[in-house]
Write a protein that binds this ligand. Structure first.
Ligand code: ADP
Ligand code: AMP
Length: 215
């Protein structure tokens, strides 16, 4: 049987990256994340596109969306080489959602909902592994040894856009651009909403059950 094609939606800090790791382990799908892909290409020269800034990083550090033409190309390339996948961080606006329709079908569309106050706490306390991208939290999800990744032993850092000003901007960008994307999918049979404010294990139990229903 082919592997599931999963779309994980939700605001920054909802737990998409954290739960994507679980999906990769449990279902053997590929993690396709525009955030990680763009972070690896922060300094790429996009000046020939005639946009506001000359690199993806200049948009990202401000908490703004990187222009669609850059992001669509990344996703298209990643999805053609994947069988099953969990797509995390895309689509973030309605134009991207329409673009995704032309790239692939989806078996399950999950929206993780979390209140704004909790999102601010999660994002400002998030620490990430520079090497493998694993997520931790200074309070809610600590590594065995402070500042060191459990998975690969590399150093944990705080992302530039997890400073409080950029966090607030990202939550505004989400409300304006990405909430309509959730509404766009909400009446589909494949759509499932999960309370992302539960514990890590409880969110995973709901998510695993939602994906198992489709395989
Ligand atoms: P996203 O990928 O949606 O931006 P992350 O998976 O990086 O979100 O999670 C954001 C932060 O919140 C991380 O520091 C993570 O450890 C923490 N976190 C994720 N899920 C939960 C949860 N259910 N309860 C508490 N903290 C969580
Ligand atoms: P994330 O890791 O998903 O929180 O994404 C970090 C940053 O990368 C965002 O704040 C945007 O600047 C950029 N980014 C990630 N995915 C997209 C996307 N689908 N469209 C535009 N920008 C994106």
């Amino acid at each position: 049987m082919s592997q599931p094609k999963i779309l994980l939606l939700g605001p920054p800090g909802a737990g998409k990256g954290t739960q994507s790791s679980n999906l990769v382990d449990a279902f053997g799908v590929e993690h396709v994340t525009t955030g990680d892909a763009l972070r690896s290409n922060k300094d790429m020269d996009i000046s020939d596109l005639g946009l506001e800034y000359e690199t993806p990083g200049e948009y990202m550090d401000r908490g703004e969306l990187v222009p669609d033409e850059v992001v669509n190309a990344i996703v298209e390339q990643a999805l053609t080489s994947a069988d099953g996948f969990v797509l995390d961080g895309y689509p973030r606006n309605l134009d991207q959602a329409e673009e995704l329709e032309s790239m692939t079908d989806l078996d399950v569309i999950v929206s993780l909902s979390v209140s704004e106050a909790e999102l601010v706490d999660r994002l400002t306390g998030r620490r990430v592994c520079e090497e493998c991208g694993e997520n931790y939290h200074v309070e809610f999800d600590q590594p065995a040894e402070e500042g060191v990744c459990d998975e690969c032993g590399s150093e944990l850092i705080q992302r530039e856009d997890d400073q409080e000003d950029a966090v607030r901007n990202r939550l505004d960008v989400f409300a304006q651009n990405t909430e309509p994307v959730i509404e766009y999918y909400a009446d589909r049979d494949a759509f499932v909403e999960i309370d992302g404010e539960q514990s890590l294990d409880a969110v995973w139990a709901d998510l695993e059950a939602a994906v198992e229903d489709t395989v």
